[in-house]
Design a protein around this ligand. Structure first.
Ligand SMILES: NC(=O)C1=CN([C@@H]2O[C@H](COP(=O)(O)OP(=O)(O)OC[C@H]3O[C@@H](n4cnc5c(N)ncnc54)[C@H](OP(=O)(O)O)[C@@H]3O)[C@@H](O)[C@H]2O)C=CC1
Ligand SMILES: O=C(CO)[C@H](O)[C@H](O)COP(=O)(O)O
Length: 463
């Protein structure tokens, strides 16, 4: 096998196959390998015009031999042990300057560990956009050493989505910075999806809209300030029919959401950092609750169904989603900033907003303004930047209406409610934690700070 391919890829699943075809289409010779050989053969057979650029390999040795040194090999396999196992199998076959690029949804702590191991050049690269994005232009969030990124930047930029001609791909920082940003991207994705699902619930159970009317509404919203990929596909999902039953597809999909870990990791990490991201956390919790189907049914049998009819005008629902979305993104950006500080990384938030503008699942027209706002006010919470503060001033009333009406009529809207609670808490100069400090001191003599500035103070119960 001639060592002529520019790059290798392991893992021809949903994402790997699409990414490999994208790479070949952009003119780079690629060698591919998959654990199950038949998949490699099927991929090569289906390659059509791209076949001359693709070298299918049936062993790792063949893959390594097919690559021009210094080699670069993408891993597109499930996060966790499969990545470690694949690295362990590959490294002995590679030269010491050959580069392994993990393009899966790795936990960034694992990426930090793999880089620190010093077994050879390594990049941790988050890829977003699902199968279609991987095939035609994803958003690419990389972490690692600039010298390693430079070796494959031309490929990554060629295959990435473009926004106004600029590639949605960037080296965001050292170590696991790319996988960290992808993780927070997914956390925002969870919140965005959950808020949309909550509004869908109000339309379905509160206002008795059929799926066609739901689709019409989301299509209309996609032409306004909410213009985004998730709103667009929400309309398409609502419009779809189940071929087996001819019913609306949404009626035959079980109401229990799956999850692969990135949302949960975001929530866990935020707790370690003491950085509040309640809308994202609420969305993770909502997925966990969704899985408790038998318990929910038992609750309904005991207490009666919660959701009651409610009338909320469409403009108010739209305004609530606008405010909720801004607050979810604001929480995600604050979390990225906090982590950068903790790890000594210097991830540029406007760059993150720009490379999310196209290709990724949370792409949204609002990200243009977010990139601008974060650039104009470095270090500021997005919710206090002039443009988004103005949006929140205009729409927090709608969010409040929706959360209040939902609560009064028994509709669970945890992400919207958490977004609102965050907004209210972050605009309340005098909070209520003085009571908590008093209680802590009462039962544990933990001490409190006096308003006169003296710390380590105690109440009259001490001593
Ligand atoms: N699907 C999506 O929308 C997105 C997924 N990702 C991430 O991309 C990665 C791949 O996801 P996706 O393509 O959806 O997954 P798929 O399940 O479609 O494919 C997984 C691939 O990994 C291979 N594989 C699985 N386990 C092992 C193992 N232990 N050792 C070697 N190879 C293995 C499979 O090979 P085999 O054929 O032998 O089973 C298959 O080729 C994941 O980290 C995922 O989180 C990132 C962005 C979006
Ligand atoms: O990374 C992605 C999108 O950006 C993947 O589709 C991921 O699987 C989504 O997360 P989950 O499966 O937990 O919903």
């Amino acid at each position: 096998m001639a060592d002529t391919s520019r790059i290798g890829l392991i893992g021809l699943g949903t994402m790997g196959a699409a990414l490999a075809a994208n790479i070949a289409e952009k003119g780079f010779d690629i060698a591919v390998f998959n654990r199950t050989t038949q998949k490699t053969r099927d991929f090569a057979k289906a390659a059509g015009d791209l076949a001359p650029r693709i070298t299918p390999c049936e062993t790792l040795e063949e893959l390594v031999a097919a690559l021009a040194p210094p080699r670069a090999i993408i891993l597109m396999v499930p996060a966790g042990d499969p990545v470690d196992d694949q690295i362990a199998a590959l490294r002995p076959l590679l030269d010491e300057d050959d580069l392994i690029i993990d393009c899966g949804n790795a936990n960034f702590h694992d990426t930090n560990r793999r880089m620190a191991a010093g077994d050879g050049p390594f990049l941790g690269v988050g890829v977003s956009g699902g199968e279609a994005g991987a095939r035609h232009g994803p958003s690419i969030m990389a972490g690692g050493a600039p010298a390693h990124w430079d070796r494959v930047a031309d490929i990554m930029e060629a295959i990435a989505a473009k926004h106004e001609g600029a590639p949605c791909a960037a080296l965001l920082g050292p170590e696991g910075a790319g996988h960290f940003v992808k993780m927070v991207h997914n956390g925002i994705e969870y919140a965005d999806m959950q808020m949309i699902a909550e509004i869908y619930g109000l339309l379905r159970d509160g206002m008795r809209l059929d799926t066609g009317a739901v689709a019409d509404l989301f299509e209309a919203w996609d032409r306004g300030p909410l213009d985004s990929y998730l709103i667009e596909i929400t309309a398409k999902v609502a419009r779809a029919t189940d071929p087996a039953t001819d019913k609306p597809l949404l009626e035959v999909i079980v109401d229990a959401a799956g999850q692969k870990g990135t949302g949960r990791w975001t929530a866990i990490e935020s707790q370690h950092l003491l950085t509040p991201i309640p809308a994202i956390e609420a969305a993770v919790v909502a997925r966990n609750v969704s899985g408790r189907r038998a318990e929910r049914a038992a609750g309904e049998a005991l207490f009666g169904p919660a959701p009651q009819p409610v009338e909320i005008d469409h403009a108010t629902l739209e305004g609530a989603l606008i405010a909720g979305k801004v607050l979810a993104y604001a929480q995600g950006f604050v979390m990225i900033a906090a982590t950068c500080e903790a790890h000594g990384w210097d991830v540029d938030l406007p760059t993150v907003a720009r490379i999310w503008r196209e290709g990724c699942i949370i792409r949204s027209a609002m990200l243009d303004d977010m990139a601008q706002a974060l650039g104009d006010a470095p270090g500021e919470n997005l919710m206090r930047t002039p443009h988004f503060a103005d949006l929140l001033k205009r729409h927090h009333g709608a969010l409040r209406q929706v959360v209040a009406q939902a609560a009064l009529h028994g509709h669970p809207v945890p992400a919207l409610a958490s977004g609102l609670a965050y907004f209210d808490a972050m605009r309340t100069a005098r909070g209520t934690a003085n009571m908590i400090q008093g209680q802590r001191d009462f039962f544990g003599l933990h001490g409190f700070e006096h308003v006169n500035g003296k710390t380590g103070q105690h109440g009259p119960w001490a001593g």
